[in-house]
Design a protein around this ligand. Structure first.
Ligand code: BDR
Ligand code: CA
Length: 317
């Protein structure tokens, strides 16, 4: 039997982040991953709220000793831009908030990442990055040798065949910290990118939402409530059939790579453009001489993704 992949989620919960985190807890219960830790980063809302949300989610799945580390409170260079208009003032509209029992670890997320990746067996840890890339960029900048411990970075960010969702050209995670995205893309670790090009093909339909509700679990109902509140923005703004599950796509891609298709190519982030800041430039046709640095995902088996999400939720309280 192959060893379960060791997974750290770097995240800014966020409603679709919540779906990704619940899915990861369920995957761990199924023995498909060794879910090691959550590190938080400012993004969808500020650091205090996203960190509280991550801890609340661990309470929900009755894992009050699960390690949660708080990371960067702002992007590397730019001021923080949030998406509270999408996810709600505290980032988790649709959920009942409470003061979490799961403690906050007393170490900064960047220090934690440097330490665990330095001590890890070579190429043994998968980082699933579903927020702005500030923490990971700082870890690989402070300690480039820590890249040795990374098996793969699977990140949700960018867009190329789809329009941007925060500006006409840019996807939210890359736009919020484009400098961090550039650092991570150049860090030398194997990288898989799950952009809007694929996550817009994984929308929550009424049937899929009912599937979660009908798991008969408290977390299935909680997740359906969150996703019900989340979808209105994307339906109104982008004409999608439901809320796109951006971040669960990244977790699924790390665990079930055969569910996805893409192409290895050179990927860069625009850092100069006045209209295109944070846009991803993808050499899909191999027109540049730039080195291939990532696998860019464009296709997903969405029915299978939702089956795996539902199955994972079924393993939760
Ligand atoms: C990304 O931006 C955030 O709002 C979501 O959580 C997701 O990570 C999609 O562009
Ligand atoms: Ca996110």
């Amino acid at each position: 039997m192959t060893e379960a992949i060791k997974l750290i989620i770097d995240t800014d919960p966020g409603q679709d982040d919540a779906a990704a985190i619940l899915m990861a807890h369920g995957l761990a219960k199924r023995g498909l991953i060794d879910f090691v830790a959550i590190t938080t980063v400012a993004g969808n809302v500020g650091l205090a709220d996203v960190t509280t949300n991550a801890r609340m989610l661990c309470d929900w799945v009755e894992q009050p000793t699960f390690p949660v580390y708080a990371g960067a409170a702002k992007p590397m260079i730019r001021p923080l831009v949030t998406a509270a208009n999408v996810h709600g003032e505290h980032g988790l509209d649709g959920a009942v908030r409470h003061e979490p029992q799961t403690p906050l670890q007393p170490i900064h997320a960047v220090a934690y990442l440097v330490d665990i990746l330095r001590r890890a067996a070579p190429q043994s840890m998968t980082l699933c990055a579903i927020g702005p890339l500030t923490n990971i960029a700082q870890a690989v900048s402070l300690a480039p040798d820590c890249v040795q411990g990374i098996k793969e970075i699977v990140l949700m960010g960018g867009c190329y065949f789809e329009a941007g969702n925060i500006t006409p050209a840019a996807e939210f995670n890359f736009y919020v910290d484009p400098h961090a995205a550039a650092v991570v893309l150049a860090c030398g670790a194997p990288i898989t990118i799950v952009p809007l090009d694929v996550s817009h093909k994984a929308c929550v339909t009424a049937a899929r939402m009912n599937g979660l509700r009908q798991t008969g679990t408290q977390n299935g109902r909680r997740l359906a409530d969150i996703l019900q509140s989340y979808e209105r923005h994307d339906i109104q703004q982008f004409g999608l059939e439901g809320g796109p599950l951006h971040d669960p796509c990244a977790v699924a891609c790390a665990v079930f790579p055969d569910m996805f298709h893409g192409r290895s190519c050179a990927v860069a982030v625009e850092l100069q453009g006045s209209l295109t800041l944070g846009a991803s430039v993808v050499d899909w046709q191999g027109k540049s001489n730039l080195p291939v640095n990532a696998r860019w995902i464009t296709e997903v088996d969405a029915d299978r993704l939702f089956d795996e999400l539902r199955l994972s939720i079924l393993h939760l309280p």
